[in-house]
Ligand binder design. Structure first.
Ligand code: MN
Length: 284
């Protein structure tokens, strides 16, 4: 098995989204900084309510999936179909926008820490106009694997292999076959995971740095991995927490206009017209 090396570092840059939520954007900060099928990764982390209290009021999406992983805090998700999800520390909301959704994500706290991630995963052309779908994963539905040398892995999507045992996450069976792990390692700890040789993969440390095949990746930057069938990561002297993402690339043209991601300009123009006319959220 060939270990994957660090091929490219995408440093996060400060950004603001929603009604003024301060965040760090790595993937998606520029159109060229995507890792097919992953379009965007935002990290939000603050103990200052001014940075998050305005939240993400109602806004549309079409053509891809949004995955919100709340590490710390409490947010409420609502959409035009009447779904309502209470997102608490350790919980995940996995939404497939498909042909169209209008949703909001609002903090349910006025003090304390809010920390988490929003990941955008593209949908293949044949699924971009499917009906929207939504899953709310409570923390207890997400398996946690204890690593033999200390540390642990939360398995949000795909299958983790640690210490020879396979642990399946609650999200499986999607076209992009995503692997979404949240790994915590103590100082000097290490972790290895097999990964499909044809899948794209990246690592995002959010506490401490992580070392991949001898190269150190600092916190708050996405490390895109080269080809190979195995990922081995180790912590420095402070321990680390990082996300590991992998998925099947779609190899299709990507045309993005804000919250709409399609294959052609004509489809984007259609999405804008459908949003303005109400067709985007018409309940079939
Ligand atoms: Mn959204």
């Amino acid at each position: 098995m060939t270990n994957r090396t660090l091929r490219q570092v995408i440093q996060s840059i400060p950004a603001s989204d929603g009604a003024g939520v301060r965040l760090r954007r790595s993937l998606g900060a520029q159109p060229g900084l995507r890792v097919d099928p992953f379009l965007m990764l935002d990290e939000f982390s603050s103990e200052n309510p001014d940075d998050y209290v305005a939240g993400f009021p109602a806004h549309p999406h079409r053509g891809f999936e949004t995955v919100t992983y709340l590490v710390d805090g409490h947010m409420l998700h609502e959409d035009h179909l009447g779904h309502r999800g209470d997102l608490k520390s350790g919980g995940v909301q996995w939404m497939s926008a498909g042909r169209g959704i209008v949703h909001s994500e609002m903090p349910q706290q006025e003090r304390g820490r809010v920390r988490g991630f929003q990941l955008w995963i593209n949908l293949p052309a044949r699924e971009k106009m499917k009906p929207p779908a939504y899953r709310d994963l409570q923390p207890e539905e997400i398996p946690v694997v204890d690593l033999p040398g200390g540390g642990r892995v939360k398995v949000i999507a795909g299958t983790a292999t640690a210490d020879g045992r396979e642990t399946r996450g609650p999200i499986a069976g999607l076209s992009t076959d995503p692997l979404y792990l949240d790994v915590a390692l103590p100082a000097g700890g290490s972790f290895a995971q097999p990964v499909d040789g044809g899948h794209s993969a990246f690592v995002y440390p959010y506490e401490g740095s992580v070392t991949i095949a001898g190269a150190r990746l600092p916190a708050h930057s996405a490390g895109v991995l080269g080809a190979g069938s195995r990922i081995e990561a180790s912590a420095g002297g402070e321990g680390t927490r990082f996300l590991l993402l992998a998925g099947r690339p779609l190899g299709e043209p990507v045309v993005q206009y804000g919250p709409f991601v399609m294959n052609t300009r004509a489809e984007i123009e259609q999405a804008i017209r459908d949003y303005q006319s109400g067709e985007l959220t018409r309940i079939a």
